[in-house]
Design a protein around this ligand. Sequence first.
Ligand code: AOF
Ligand code: ZN
Length: 374
Amino acid sequence: MSTPEDDRRFMAEAIRVSRTHTGLTDTNPSVGCVIVKDGQIVGSAVTAIGGRPHAETQAIAIAGDMARGATAYVTLEPCAHWGRTPPCANALVDAGVARVVVAVFDPDPRVAGQGLKILSDAGITVETGLMEEEGRRALAGYLMRQTRGRPFVTLKLAVSADGMLGRRGEEVAITGAQVRTEVHHLRAQSDAILVGIGTVLSDDPELTVRIPGLEHRSPLRIVLDRDARFPQTSRLARTADNVPVIVAAIGAGVAETDSVPTGDAPCRCGQHDHAEEARQTAITHINSPTLEALLKRLATRGISTLLVEGGATVASAFLAQDLVDRIILYVSDKVVGEGGLESPLTPSDIPPSFTLLGSAPVGPDRVYEYERSA
Ligand code: AOF
Ligand code: ZN
């Protein structure tokens, strides 16, 4: 018999395993499954890169005969639908597991309780909601896209000790090298990253992942640019044939349009400058009536997680429209002083709808993480 402590330990392991493929499973959630027999893990797996096979079928294959009479800990309700693979709930029944413990209910209408029903109808003991909060955090992007039709939004800002984001017209380093590395990891775990045109014009950022081995994880880059100021000479434009860019104009009453369709195959005539052509198709201009409409549109393109990197105007717009789900705030001990660009957020004026999850040193700086309370 497993104790409640054992159950928590094995579910924590399933959640830890699930996080190893966050952002790598396309529109599928990255799920973890751990199969335990007589107190020992006999199979453990995460949703494969690209989204299939699912976690359970892989863990069952590893466990083999040991799955009979075992307990399966799964971070998300096992699926009930016939997709490109048979339902995981049926696979668990066929494998002969005795008990299934689930952290999070799957809102996908093809599953939504039907996975649990297949299991209990087969006489399997089913328990749900164990470590649900931690499970939901690990599945945040998938759950937000499924239930609200928009990506999970993380706002990241770096502020000086006197609450400044920088100085107008001048580049000042606020935080140190360790924060830079952390931010590149944050980017690598996000499906898309968004900044305002002001940031492009003042800092000319590349917004790619530049960690050895993770360069291929650079997310889609989005610039909010209402007045068509996006420079073709910017680093974003110049690297667009490697990592695509969306330039989005948000304006009331604007009809939704794509002025440059994505996915068009380049012509093979042998006469054009194909590099230039690829660059053109890698920069998509879109109009959206509101920020929320833009987010919904990104979700339909499979974007589950969005990292908003500023500047102040963009951060304020997302906060004012209640479109921020998580805040990651880096604070340095540097003082910017006169002429500083004030941050819309500092640790002493976080909106009351957010709660502090934790805080830790990052080299000489400090990070504070907040999540939306409801
Ligand atoms: C599971 N285990 O590891 C994952 C699940 O396109 P399909 O057929 O792969 O189905 C996608 C849906 O499968 C997705 O919306 C979610 O409901 C579920 N994902 N389910 O049992 C897994 N990744
Ligand atoms: Zn499945």
